[in-house]
Design a protein around this ligand. Sequence first.
Ligand SMILES: Cc1cc2nc3c(=O)[nH]c(=O)nc-3n(C[C@H](O)[C@H](O)[C@H](O)COP(=O)(O)O)c2cc1C
Length: 272
Amino acid sequence: MKNSLINAQEQGAEIRAIRLPDFHLLPCKGCLACVLNGEPCRLDDDMHELWEHLQWADGVILSAPTYFLGPAGIIKIFIDRLFEYSLQLGTLKQRPGAIIATAGLREWDPFTLPMLSMLAGILRLNLIDRFIAYRPGPGEVLLDDETMQRTELIGKNLVAQIKEPSLEVTIPSPSHACPQCGTPFFQFRKDNLIECQLCQTSGIFEQRGESVSISWSPREGEDRWSPKAMAEHFSEWVLRTGPVYQKLRQEVERRIPRYGKIPIVSRSKKGI
Ligand SMILES: Cc1cc2nc3c(=O)[nH]c(=O)nc-3n(C[C@H](O)[C@H](O)[C@H](O)COP(=O)(O)O)c2cc1C
């Protein structure tokens, strides 16, 4: 990612590198006060600062190493915390972005691109590239000429795209993967109608003898992360669960004491 940033800077861009582990970021506790009561998040950490950086950028590169088949855990913590901004996500400016991940080994990374693609979808990034660089050691990708060339191009193209958003870009997707988000996970809906599990783009699955093919039909602005679909999800589902929950709350609270006897283990060492 840093190679892309340096190259973007050489094209005249102002750059900022945000390393999530350097920020104080607490996991969402699921109280729902942010979306149901419209309150600011009760967690006292740096999420608001991160949100400001996100709003500032005209282009965003998402990057993560692969740990246990997916992106490093802090990525999911960050995604969960975006819940507070659910109603503002649709107002984020559309801007170009890229995903640059690392992993030690091919076939040991099934969740890395899907999870980062989900984040890109939530942030409404128009991706100009999305790939994983494979090298086992920390920083070892710096020795890989192909990765360095590709990341250099990402930096340059990102700036070009910011200056001229109408430039056409086609990004490669693995075979059979959803062309909208690059995810290879799909489910059958009815007969041979399939749906991408991540962005809900639909397609037709066909098998002829031993060979299979998928004809995907991405529809502009119709996927799960489109402002329209996000707004619908929040107004027609999430927000409606609030009043229903209020009615059930007493009953939920009546059932809780039974579990209060379970000893909850807390940290033995303080201040580390
Ligand atoms: C905790 C941990 C788990 C890892 N799990 C995987 C894995 O499941 N699949 C994989 O391909 N690489 C795995 N790796 C290797 C890293 O993805 C690899 O070191 C990567 O090149 C790191 O690149 P970077 O630190 O230069 O970004 C793991 C590394 C660590 C530290």
